[in-house]
Design a binder for this molecule. Structure first.
Ligand code: NDP
Ligand code: GDR
Length: 359
């Protein structure tokens, strides 16, 4: 008999890769999905189809991290041996518009999950992974950032995630539960939501080279991120829960790149060389096609600036490497290329977009 896992956020980027990964390993996978007026299971549609064809063991339950009764009901019924709490209002900029909701879903949501495990009497049998984040480091205190770097959150999202981080540590110490924080640095993929900067860029590059869009509007080009591939990172999540003792781990590549560099590499893969003109780092800077400077491809829109920014993230994944044997496998340029390649194929109608596909 395979193990039973429960994933919150199964319809998101990470949840969809993790569901595939656990099914491959013979798990029975339960996922919590939110009721929505439009289709929100595009990223897991292919596995769901398989379930009817080949008996894949995946089950979906309606629920929400803001509904404690619902969570107690699902956990008591499913009796998971492993829970991966990936559900969250995960957009940093949006959290400034809905700070109370971010606190509720991303902060208190974790408390509700932990209390639901206790209410079901599963403190000793259920292992729990919390999707913690490099956003906890926020305003730079130390570079590179590791498990011992102090936190300084810079958004309502990150403050909520800090509550989640500490309530987990407290419950681990208070009740001896197997609870783990994975402090993951940014990880991307062709399944990344289109409002995160990497996917926004790769979608725009594909549309621009196919003459469906003229200009890409961005905010801060100089923010630096440690970008890995989501597929590599979900394996690290699973490895954490296979350890005898629960602990907290950073997953990162150990490399950092600016948004500006991501833009350059993405256009380059599509055959366009970007030349920057105007005062660097201001709203008047533009990115033009180096072979035809009249063609303005990138402009700055201050609407995308954040009230407080995280300037530099660079992770030190030494502990994950030493204790878990985990390593990021996808180099930065390969990640950019895979994303542009897939968006070009979507724009050209050669493949479906896993995120927005509708039935
Ligand atoms: P996505 O935004 O792609 O997915 C978020 C998931 O959470 C979706 O399934 C969404 O459902 C669900 N969700 C949102 N609100 C609720 C709620 N109130 N109750 C239940 N489910 C909810 O995020 P990612 O896959 O990129 O990230 C997964 C987790 O990892 C998140 O917690 C994120 O904060 C964290 N994280 C992500 C990193 C990254 O670089 N990707 C890095 C570090 C941490 P729906 O589809 O209906 O919107
Ligand atoms: P981030 O990801 O905030 O790091 O959070 P995002 O891709 O949104 O931003 C990265 C950096 O790019 C700058 N930026 C822009 N960002 C967006 N979204 N849109 C733009 O037009 C734009 N222009 C510049 C941002 O200012 C920022 O500096 C992600 C999420 O997945 C979180 O859930 C997760 O916890 C962290 O990564 C680690």
């Amino acid at each position: 008999m395979g193990k039973v896992a429960l994933i919150t956020g199964i319809t998101g980027q990470d949840g969809s890769y993790l569901a595939e990964f656990l099914l491959e390993k013979g798990y029975t996978v339960h996922g919590i999905i939110r009721r929505s007026s439009s289709f929100n299971t595009g990223r897991i549609e292919h596995i769901y189809k398989d379930r009817h064809d080949t008996g894949v063991k995946m089950y979906l339950h309606y629920g929400d991290l803001c509904d404690a009764t619902n969570l107690i009901g699902i956990i008591s019924k499913v009796k998971p041996e492993e829970i991966y709490n990936l559900g969250a209002m995960s957009h940093v900029k949006v959290s400034f518009d809905m700070p109370e909701y971010a606190a509720d879903a991303d902060g208190l949501g974790v408390l509700r999950m932990l209390d639901a495990i206790r209410a079901a009497g599963m403190e000793k049998t259920c292992r729990f992974y919390q999707a913690s984040t490099s956003e906890l480091y926020g305003k730079v205190q130390e570079v590179p950032q590791s498990e011992t770097t102090p936190f300084y959150p810079r958004s309502p999202y990150a403050v909520a995630k800090q509550y989640a981080y500490w309530i987990l540590v407290n419950y681990r110490e208070a009740y001896g539960m197997h609870l783990t924080n994975g402090i993951l640095f940014n990880h991307e993929s062709p399944r990344r939501g289109r409002t995160f900067v990497t996917r926004k860029i790769t979608v725009a590059v594909a549309r621009i080279v196919e003459n469906m869009q003229k200009t890409l509007y961005l905010g801060n080009l100089d923010a630096k991120r440690d970008w890995g591939h989501a597929r590599d990172y979900i394996e690290g999540m699973w490895m954490m829960l296979q350890q005898d003792e629960p602990d907290d781990y950073v997953l990162a590549t150990g490399e950092t790149h600016s948004v500006r560099e991501f833009v350059e590499k993405a256009f380059k893969y599509a055959g366009v060389e970007i030349k920057w003109k105007g005062p660097a780092g201001t709203v008047d800077e533009i990115g033009v096609d180096a072979s035809n400077e009249e063609r303005v491809l990138v402009k700055i829109d201050p609407a995308y600036f954040r009230p407080t920014e995280v300037d530099l993230l660079l992770g030190d994944p030494t502990k994950a490497k030493t204790k878990l044997g985990w390593e990021s496998k996808t180099p930065f340029v390969k990640l950019v290329e895979e994303m542009v390649k897939e968006d070009l194929a979507i724009v050209r109608g050669e493949i479906d977009d896993a995120e927005s596909r509708e039935q």
